[in-house]
Design a protein around this ligand. Structure first.
Ligand code: TA6
Length: 284
């Protein structure tokens, strides 16, 4: 049997990236910068992730779109806002094409710069696996220090949509959420499906069931998460989008972030312990 070609390293807007191609034709593109997934095309399908046409690829700031890895702080202000993981180069530690999948793992460890912001010794690994119509993303964090650490994290997934006002997100009914556009006011979602008609920034708590994003006439996406207790749903809408320099003015219409997160309460790890969080997307 002939060996399957391994994932290739390529240049994407001047940054090194890894292109995964599964034997069934599914593809993914992962930037070493931030271990950020920038493209996912399921077998026989079309692009499912939103990547801003105005994204900046300077190897310093986070890339607007795809799946930024948020660690060790979700949200907040200052230098640690949404963490440093999305702004640093990760190292590829494994990449492989199997009989019916392709996968890669990238690693980030602490250095002087990270310890100045967050005083911990850690090993973070981001694994992406594609197979057919399925995408698995897993973030694993090991506390390699001799003291406990606490962090928040997320996979800040930007889903591509044709027109955000036409999509419906099901699976959140009955859940408590914090409205991040309104001083984190808590409420319960009573709607059968969430429809986006304005700025939206909600942190849903205790999300255990799968979610379904459907577009009329377009493919749907089912999403499941494990290890991440929360889900953030975000769309900046017109005004906030216009203030984002790395997004076109109508960019908000083409995306919806559905993020698997550990954000409401920090994850605490004892020395030597490991945590993982996974988000799975299935294109329907
Ligand atoms: O996850 C939602 C959110 O925290 C929003 O509040 C919004 O600002 C967004 O992330 C994008 O943040 P960024 O730092 O990437 O501009």
């Amino acid at each position: 049997m002939s060996a399957l070609p391994p994932p290739e390293t390529c240049d994407f807007h001047g940054l090194p990236a890894l292109r995964l191609t599964a034997p069934d034709g599914a593809t993914a593109l992962i930037s070493h910068h931030g271990a950020q997934l920038l493209s996912w095309i399921p077998a026989g399908g079309a692009e499912r992730l939103y990547l801003s046409e105005s994204a900046v690829f300077d190897g310093r700031q986070a890339i607007r779109g795809g799946v930024p890895v948020i660690f060790p702080q979700f949200g907040g202000k200052g230098k640690l806002r949404h963490g440093f993981a999305r702004e640093l180069p990760w190292e590829v530690v494994a990449a492989r094409t199997g009989k019916d999948y392709a996968t890669a793992t990238l690693r980030l460890t602490d250095g002087e710069a990270t310890r100045a912001l967050w005083p911990h010794v850690f090993v973070a690994e981001m694994t992406v696996l594609i197979a057919g119509n399925r995408l698995d993303m897993e973030l694993e964090v090991e506390n390699a220090d001799d003291k406990p650490c606490a962090f928040t994290a997320a996979l800040h997934t930007y889903l591509r949509v044709q027109e955000v006002e036409n999509v419906a997100l099901q699976g959140l009914q009955g859940l408590r959420y914090r409205d991040q556009t309104d001083r984190n006011k808590e409420d319960t979602d009573r709607q059968e499906a969430l429809v986006v008609e304005d700025e939206l920034d909600r942190l849903y708590l205790g999300v255990k069931k799968p979610l379904l994003l459907s577009h009329p006439g377009g493919g749907a996406i089912a999403m499941e998460q494990e290890g991440f207790p929360d889900t953030v749903v975000w769309n900046p809408w017109e005004k906030k989008c216009a203030a984002l320099k790395d997004m076109p003015r109508d960019g908000f219409r083409r995306m919806l972030c559905v993020e698997a997160a550990a954000a409401a309460r920090p994850v605490t790890l004892e020395p030597g312990d490991t945590w993982f969080g996974r988000q799975t997307l299935v294109a329907l």
